[in-house]
Design a protein around this ligand. Structure first.
Ligand code: COA
Length: 534
């Protein structure tokens, strides 16, 4: 077992400088977070409160066991999209403990355009359901929504991963024995009515909760009848006449306590503690920002990171002397075993083959995998192409794709091109994926993209007998660099749900331990690998 001993603080001056630079990055993330958490603003919040409704975050706090953490997923969704109209994507999602059981909570924010579903709202709810399904978590829907955001109907209604998928997921999870519970605390209109109607059990709040396929406006347009919302589909109607809901609640607090009672009923199995005692690392995780060079072109010291993330700063290294640009090994985080892959340079054939072997070994022992990305990509050049780097990279991508043990991805530096794929980028199904505030991701770096496109342009002009002067090249390249810089940040990635969270380096251990705990208690599938090209 290798124990990582840190020497990183020997250069106090650069440590302090890095810490100062990191504060700026943190501040950028905090600014975006505060906009997301604010919801639909003061005026909408005032109207919401005047209806005797709790705010969505208050609802979640009331629902969860006191003093337990809420692992929020997709907090920055929607940031900067739709001209800033949809903070948090209009729905708050995350995992929290309810009567001692972890549950996925999804709470519409009615202060954001009446809680209506934008494309990002649907993407976020479907993502939350996917996490719930993988980990076997009961789902709690705190419904308060006007249904589809009608001006964007073609982006939310007809396609495979659009609105209908939410209802299909409810039915499928219910069929797998994963509890589906709805509390209707506001509107629940049209397609949205299928959320409570399809859940295993539904609570509805007197006065505020309504469920109908067509609201009063639609009824008037279709039949000419004028009817108020309560008479059409309020709590009394649905618990006494229609049977669409099961439990009548006097107010939000009452509804949330009924939901807690439903979750508390005996379930399949209690939540198990970690298989071994958690051990703090030898070095403080709060030192991590000081170890990340201010200049992103300088390498991040992988061993120093591991010394602050792993239990006891320990990792059982796999093939330490072979393919050393990828460090692989098994250890634990928060008492949960994990196989770690962290970049310490570009990926070569040897490191990719080593990774594929290491992943095979972890799947044999049902050990979850953690990918810590800091990768510019696979090594390029004649020597490496002739050596078959494409087929060796494919082995790694194959192993990452088909390994059925729980996978986790954290981008701690750069994550570019095929390196992102090999290190279990979003397309490869990590159970949770995050970026640090300093991290960046794109198909290649901005400078490389600008140079590639400038060379293509130069060749086009040469064919036309024209030249591409140095000033023109520079004028051509700069907007490309700027575009890549703006579109590769953690906030940009999180706003589009390419990642689940932006996490601080100091919080990473806790975030991973929660993910590993859920995976440890969730279902585990057997792995069947595909054909590895030799
Ligand atoms: N699509 C697009 N925008 C909608 C919307 C919808 N389905 N429902 C509400 N909005 C907008 C409103 O235009 C308003 O926008 P604004 O703030 O820019 O003026 C905002 O959401 C809030 O609506 P408002 O009616 O002021 O809030 P409320 O809290 O009093 O009522 C609803 C909210 C959802 C109950 C009510 O707006 C409603 O009944 N909407 C229609 C729901 C419907 O029929 N949906 C069918 C979906 S298939």
């Amino acid at each position: 077992m290798a124990i990582f001993h840190s020497s990183a603080r020997s250069s106090e001056a650069s440590f302090e400088q890095n810490c100062t630079a990191y504060e700026v990055l943190r501040e950028q993330v905090r600014a975006v977070q505060s906009v997301s958490i604010a919801g639909g603003g003061q005026k909408a919040a005032g109207i919401h409160a005047s209806r005797n409704k709790l705010m969505p975050r208050e609802r979640i706090n009331t629902l969860l066991d006191p003093g337990t953490p809420f692992l929020e997923v997709g907090q920055l969704a929607g940031h900067g999209l739709y001209e800033g109209e949809v903070p948090s994507g209009g729905i708050i999602t995350g995992i929290g403990m309810v009567t001692g059981r972890p549950c996925m909570v999804m709470a519409n924010d009615a202060t954001v355009k009446g809680g209506t579903y934008y494309p990002i709202t649907i993407k976020k709810q479907v993502r939350a359901q996917a996490i719930a399904r993988e980990n076997g978590l009961p789902c709690i829907y705190l419904v308060d929504s006007g249904g589809a955001f009608l001006p964007l109907q073609e982006e939310i209604f007809p396609d495979e991963h659009h609105f209908g998928r939410i209802f299909r997921n409810i039915a499928e999870m219910s069929s797998l024995g994963i509890k589906q519970i709805a509390a209707v605390m506001g509107s629940c209109t049209a397609g949205g009515a299928y959320i409570p109607a399809m859940c295993d059990e539904t609570v509805i709040v007197k006065g505020n909760g309504t469920i109908f396929l067509g609201g009063p406006q639609l009824v008037q347009a279709a039949t000419g009848d004028v009817v108020d919302a309560e008479t059409l589909g309020g709590a009394d109607v649905h618990t006494r006449l229609s049977g669409v809901a099961d439990h009548f609640a006097d107010n939000d607090l009452h509804a949330l306590s009924i939901v807690r009672d439903i979750v508390a009923r005996p379930g399949p199995k209690p939540f198990a503690p970690p298989p071994q005692a958690p051990v703090a690392p030898l070095y403080d995780a709060t030192e991590l920002p000081g170890l990340i060079p201010e200049n992103p072109k300088q390498p991040i010291p992988a061993r120093e990171i591991l010394a602050r993330l792993m239990d006891g700063s320990e990792l059982n290294l796999y093939r330490e002397r072979y393919g050393p640009t990828l460090i692989c090994g098994t250890g634990a985080i928060g008492g949960y075993p994990v196989g770690v892959l962290i970049n310490d340079g570009p990926l070569f054939s040897e490191s990719a083959q080593k990774a594929a072997n290491f992943i095979e070994l972890c799947t044999q022992s049902n050990i979850p995998l953690l990918f810590l990305h800091n990768i510019s990509g696979f090594m390029v050049g004649v020597e490496y192409e002739h050596g078959g780097i494409a087929k060796d990279g494919a082995k790694m991508v194959n192993a990452v794709s088909t390994a059925r043990v729980p996978k986790f991805s954290v981008i701690i530096g750069g994550s570019y091109g095929a390196g992102n794929f090999a290190m279990c980028g979003r397309a490869f199904g990590p159970r949770l994926m995050a970026m640090w505030p300093n991290a960046r991701t794109s198909v290649m770096g901005g400078e490389q993209a600008a140079t590639v496109l400038a060379l293509v342009r130069q060749e086009q002009l040469a064919r036309q007998g024209k030249t591409f002067g140095a000033d023109e090249v520079e004028a051509f390249k700069q907007p490309i660099r700027d575009h890549y810089a703006a579109h590769s940040t953690p906030a940009y990635a999180a706003s589009r749900l390419w990642i689940d969270s932006v996490i601080d380096p100091a919080d990473t251990r806790q975030w991973l331990a929660m993910g590993l705990a859920l995976a440890h208690n969730g279902p585990m599938e057997p792995t069947r690998f595909g054909v590895f090209r030799m």
